[in-house]
Design a protein around this ligand. Structure first.
Ligand SMILES: Cc1cc2nc3c(=O)[nH]c(=O)nc-3n(C[C@H](O)[C@H](O)[C@H](O)COP(=O)(O)O)c2cc1C
Length: 247
């Protein structure tokens, strides 16, 4: 059985995982709650967004813990710039001793939108053409293609510097008067960084910058600094409640 291990805050990676599952018999696991090492699978497919030209916290951390014998393929998705994240990921897996066979990249809608609104026509065109791009990668995976990234240029320094500052994003979040104290942000945070204090939502100092709370709050009550942006993104092809589930 193939194991698909995914991380996703706004559903793009979950959607890609489901497209793979339609073609390849597999079970999908959410990385932050997955406790295994992948040795129960005969093949591991990791599906992850690109963060700061590298990987989200949970994906970066799980790679060295995975079985060294099981073949691994990684499907990255991104909003605008890969800048060597595919080679960075390949090297991270290889240096961790994994049997890494392929890294793919797929363009999807951008979700790092704290200071930016994705124009509607652009968002729609990316969404409309996404299934075709995903299908191409799924076919490569189905054919067991070996795919090693060609360009060796990475932005490791930028990645590690940005990563060390991600915790500040949580500290720059606050909730406005639209907050109904539903606690959704608390339950979806992958690092348990959000809690109630005196009946008010507060953010701790462990934020991993996934922006799940910001994007998925129905009231748009979570605000970043004084930006007052109304644009929020969730992949429309999936059921939002499935983000974070094993399927
Ligand atoms: C903290 C953070 C950093 C990001 N960095 C990049 C990046 O370096 N390059 C890029 O093209 N997209 C970047 N993105 C956008 C996501 O990779 C992209 O929107 C992805 O499809 C989101 O996947 P998800 O919906 O499964 O969470 C970033 C997003 C976040 C939240």
């Amino acid at each position: 059985m193939t194991g698909i291990l995914y991380f996703s805050s706004t559903g793009n990676s979950l959607y890609i995982s489901k497209c793979i599952q339609e073609k390849i018999k597999s079970k999908i696991f959410y990385i932050p709650t997955y406790n295994g090492d992948g040795s129960e699978f005969d093949r591991i497919i990791i599906v992850s967004p690109i963060y700061s030209f590298g990987l989200p916290y949970h994906v970066y951390n799980i790679i060295p813990t995975l079985s060294k014998h099981t073949p691994v393929e990684i499907v990255l998705n991104y909003g605008g710039m890969i800048s060597g994240a595919d080679y960075f990921t390949y090297m991270h897996a290889k240096n961790s001793g994994l049997n890494i066979r392929a890294v793919y990249t797929i363009k999807m809608p951008e979700n790092f939108t704290l200071s930016y609104t994705v124009p509607k026509f652009y968002l729609n065109s990316i969404l409309k053409s996404a299934p075709k791009r995903i299908k191409k990668v799924v076919n490569f995976i189905d054919n067991n293609t070996v795919n090693i990234p060609k360009s060796k240029k990475t932005k490791d320094k930028v990645y590690f510097k940005n990563k060390s500052n991600w915790y500040k994003i949580g500290q720059d979040f606050h909730v406005n008067e639209s907050c109904i104290s539903c606690g959704k942000c608390i339950s979806l945070c992958p690092i348990n960084n959000i809690s109630f204090s005196n009946n008010k939502i507060v953010f701790g100092d462990k934020c991993v910058a996934c922006l799940g709370c910001y994007q998925r709050c129905k009231q748009k009550a979570i605000q970043y600094k004084d930006k007052k942006k109304s644009f929020r993104y969730i992949n429309p092809y999936i059921n939002e409640n499935d983000i974070g589930k094993n399927i």
